[in-house]
Design a protein around this ligand. Structure first.
Ligand code: ADP
Length: 540
């Protein structure tokens, strides 16, 4: 027998209408070169509808790819809803990709229009001759930008001006494609992930869950994760659905501007990769800001170092670790412990917060032995590949013949290696491609990095596997000293510090000091670059 409930379609149009009706006075603030830009959801919704009219007028049809090449701004937020609600698909392009990758992605997606922030015009111009599918460039800026290479082009404000402020949104099926994002390619070539209205709707509900990010109307949310990276972790979509005040950093993501913005707008919730918060913590060591409104910082994208969690705890800032991927919308698991508890030793609490946590309702997982393919026991020791499935997890890549290898028997193979404790809390050990296999045993590069970053003189650390004739692979560590300790810390000192903490054979062969760890386009440590440089003998 079937249930007798309505088959109501879960679409972003529902969220848009809510924001328009219930939250019209709530604010959206964007940091700019000059004074911050302020307006309300009411104006946002009108402009989004003008934008939909303008797109319709130039012939954008269902499913067509409308791309963006921009920072986190109010115009980007208008596109976030206008494009999917009219039935087209928003493709957020990563502004930090190399030209060849960028051209490849635009062509692979078949983008028809690109909305580009004025100051990014020169970056996009580099691929102008390689992207024949693009028929129009819309330039977003507060002053007109001249471009000979991006043609034909029109200014955003001119494009939407004079259009009606109400749009008769189509009734969409919930499985209609809404948005598209390419993986950032930390370990392989970028692949297209296509989100549906339904997946974004359900993911937004997950972001709103008390054990998700608990995002609500009471929040002032500052998504620092770029809107081109996994939909800024879904926070902008969810904020509109929940009616949170939104604060957008524009192109200003240095710790000083971020701290000042948080203080001024009384931000309650923010999100970013660890490198952002490592920078903020260093700043807070030197300068004071009133961040008392902040209830939590969401952090993920790479392992959150325990030393960072503890450092922020000392400043009364709670960091909540989350795990996910572009393919998982991305929020899949969230660490427990939203607040620190008096009756539990701090060390234990930090250990729990350093785990990737518990899967959200709707997300299933299993951990599978890398060699035998059997599920591993939940003993916090046996490790294997983490696999997930659920309503906001991708089931295939766009246009990709290798999809089958990544999606085994209805599960997404994440390429992450994890252990699970008896309560089902997941802790990532490494990525399959980053584990160090020494003498037949695995060494976790992530664990070594976390421990090295616990050394008081170290700012950042990264560990890679290097070939070894005797052991097959050995770990090599790179470290960046804190500014006051440049030239004043030795490899031996770090190894001494590690010795009591890890098995002898885990000790890196050497610790090489460098000025900065190379980062990927989304701010993660770029081990591909370190490995290549090591092979070339540039850094040993
Ligand atoms: P890419 O795979 O190119 O880095 P994504 O941005 O989709 O692109 O990154 C997903 C990956 O980021 C995950 O598979 C995982 O390796 C890593 N990751 C995300 N969150 C965490 C976390 N909290 N701890 C450790 N690694 C994480």
């Amino acid at each position: 027998m079937q249930g007798l409930m309505m088959d109501y379609q879960l679409t972003l149009t529902h969220a848009f209408r809510r924001a328009e009706r219930y939250f019209s006075r709530k604010e959206i603030v964007t940091q700019t070169d000059g004074e911050p830009h302020h307006y309300t959801y009411k104006e946002w919704s009108k402009r989004a509808q003008q934008l939909a009219h303008a797109l319709h007028k130039i012939g954008v049809v269902d499913g067509e790819r409308v791309a963006t090449f921009g920072w986190n701004t109010y115009r980007h937020l208008e596109l976030y809803y206008a494009v999917p609600c009219m039935g087209a698909m928003l493709h957020t392009l990563n502004i930090r990709l190399f030209a060849e990758q960028l051209a490849y992605i635009i062509n692979d997606a078949g983008d028809k229009i690109i909305f580009v922030d004025g100051d990014l015009v020169p970056v996009l111009e580099k691929v102008a001759h390689q992207i024949p599918t693009v028929k129009l460039f819309v330039i977003m800026g507060n002053a007109p930008y001249a471009t000979e290479k991006l043609q034909p082009s029109v200014d955003y404000e001119t494009f939407i001006a004079d259009q009606p402020t109400t749009y008769d949104w189509p009734e969409l099926a919930e499985d209609t494609a809404a948005a598209m994002c390419y993986t950032s390619g930390t370990t392989a070539n970028p692949k297209g992930v296509i989100y549906s209205h339904r997946s974004i709707f359900l993911h937004s509900m997950g972001v709103g869950l008390a054990d998700g990010a608990a995002l609500s109307e009471n929040d002032t949310v500052l998504p620092i994760v770029p809107m081109f990276h996994a939909n800024a972790w879904g926070f902008p979509h969810a904020a509109v659905m929940m009616g949170s005040k939104v604060v957008l950093p524009g192109r200003f993501m240095d710790p000083l501007r971020i701290a000042a913005l948080m203080q001024k707008e009384r931000v309650t919730l923010s999100s970013g990769v660890p490198t952002i918060w490592i920078g903020l913590l260093s700043l807070l060591d030197k300068e004071q800001f009133d961040l008392s409104a902040l209830r939590a910082i969401f952090c993920g994208g790479s392992a959150v170092p325990r030393a960072l969690i503890e450092g922020l705890y000392r400043k009364n800032i709670i960091i909540v670790q989350a795990w996910g991927m572009t393919e998982t919308s991305p929020l899949a698991s969230v660490a427990k412990l939203r607040s620190y508890q008096q009756d539990l030793p701090l060390d234990e609490q930090l250990d729990i917060k350093a785990k990737q946590g518990t899967m959200l309702p709707g997300v299933d997982f299993r951990v599978v032995d890398i060699e035998s393919g059997n599920e591993v026991p939940w003993d916090n020791q046996s490790f294997g590949e983490l696999q997930v499935r659920g309503p906001w997890i991708a089931r295939a890549y766009y246009n990709d013949s290798e999809s089958d290898a990544k999606f085994a028997d209805g599960w997404l193979r994440t390429g992450d290696v994890a252990v699970v404790d008896s309560d089902g809390m997941v802790q990532l050990v490494d990525r399959t491609k980053d584990l160090v296999k020494s003498g037949g045993e695995w060494i976790s590069s992530v664990e070594l990095e976390g421990r090295i970053m616990g050394h008081p003189k170290v700012l950042e650390a990264c560990v890679i596997a290097i070939p070894d004739p005797q052991w097959s692979e050995r770990p090599l560590a790179y470290a960046v000293p804190k500014p006051d300790f440049v030239g004043k810390v030795t490899s031996e000192e770090i190894l001494e510090f590690l010795r009591p903490q890890v098995a002898k054979w885990w000790l890196p062969d050497n610790v090489v000091f460098i000025d900065a760890i190379p980062k990927t386009s989304v701010g993660k440590f770029d081990k591909k670059v370190l490995r290549a440089q090591h092979e070339l003998g540039n850094i040993v």
